[in-house]
Design a protein around this ligand. Structure first.
Ligand SMILES: [Zn+2]
Length: 333
């Protein structure tokens, strides 16, 4: 479990939460919302530690007192966690929590209840939970976490203090990878650039042993595609398999490659290149494109990514894209 001061990025949020603990101005309920993988849950745990610590320092947990140690060991009596049982948080689970929060805390002055994927409450569970929010018990703090807050009952959301998490910058993700995964700055550069601002996604990329190999394959594919026949382009499109999310990641890898081509053409500076291990190929390929052609390709890749998000057929999206990448506008199946 991290401390609030150890959270990567989100400085404003950390400042807000530490200030609330320090000034004893803690809201009854918080809604931590924002994209997946940016650190909402990590931050919620760190905030919980600060809230339950017996001797918080500048609004952060001390990591030494009895409460801090119990929480770390997973046996603090006044901390509750609620998460979907299957696909939903059910009314029975909410009732269970309601019973507990009516009791006075066993230890200290607060009880904290963390609700993950809060939007997955069934309608009756959400309405039941609403009653607890409307008649708050003293000392109880709810922290709701949601990557899809729009799916939450609006009357529940409106009774929580909204805390909106943004995507992290490439530098923040890179910093996180260096600290969490013990990577060098050089090693962290690529997964950070491909993470889309999500440290969780970057960690998953690094943990995926096939990442480096597949990225190289995508780059080689881009090189082969330049001037390929329509038949070859279709064959290559068919060879790129994986989940929709994986394909989107490979498209990001493709974007990063073309970005590198553009930067190389413009500056010739190695230190600005992400795909450091492919410099000879980059140098060779950069001669084959004009800057406007690269920008056009990048726009097409972005378009394809958007089409994937709107549930278009993956194979078809790839074929159309690859038809553009090989400079041919014909279509084939
Ligand atoms: Zn403590």
């Amino acid at each position: 479990m991290k401390l609030l001061q150890e959270i990567i990025g989100h400085n404003n949020i950390v400042g807000l939460l530490r200030g609330a603990v320090d000034r004893q101005r803690v809201a009854h309920a918080y809604l931590f919302s924002g994209p997946a993988g940016v650190g909402k849950k990590t931050c919620a745990f760190a905030f919980t530690r600060a809230l339950l610590c017996q001797q918080p320092r500048q609004g952060d947990a001390c990591a030494q007192c009895r409460s801090c140690r119990q929480l770390e060991a997973g046996n603090y009596p006044d901390f509750m966690q609620l998460e979907p049982a299957g696909s939903f948080i059910k009314i029975e689970q909410v009732r269970e929590i309601q019973k507990k929060v009516l009791l006075t805390p066993f230890q200290g002055s607060r009880q904290v209840c963390l609700i993950e994927e809060a939007e997955s409450m069934t309608a009756e569970a959400a309405n039941c939970f609403l009653k607890t929010l409307e008649e708050p018990s003293a000392g109880v703090v709810f922290i709701l976490i949601s990557a899809r807050p729009y799916a939450l009952l609006p009357t529940v959301a409106s009774r929580c203090q909204q805390v909106w998490f943004q995507f992290l910058s490439v530098f923040q993700v890179s910093d996180g990878l260096i600290k969490l995964m013990d990577l060098s700055e050089e090693e962290a550069k690529l997964p950070a650039a491909l993470s889309g601002g999500s440290l969780g996604q970057a960690v998953a990329l690094v943990a995926d042993g096939r990442f480096a190999e597949r990225r190289k394959r995508v780059i080689e594919m881009a090189a082969t595609l330049n001037g390929a026949t329509p038949g070859e382009a279709c064959r290559l499109a068919g060879s790129l398999t994986g989940s929709r999310e994986e394909i989107r990641t490979w498209m990001d890898a493709l974007l990063l490659w073309y970005r590198d081509l553009l930067v190389w053409q413009d500056s010739g500076r190695e230190e600005l290149i992400f795909n450091q291990d492919c410099l000879p190929l980059l140098e060779e390929q950069a001669k084959n494109y004009t800057a406007s052609r690269i920008i056009d390709i990048m726009n097409k890749v972005e378009e394809a990514k958007n089409r994937l998000s709107s549930n278009a057929n993956v194979r078809l999206v790839l074929e159309v894209l690859f038809m553009h990448l090989n400079k041919v506008n014909a279509f084939c199946f």
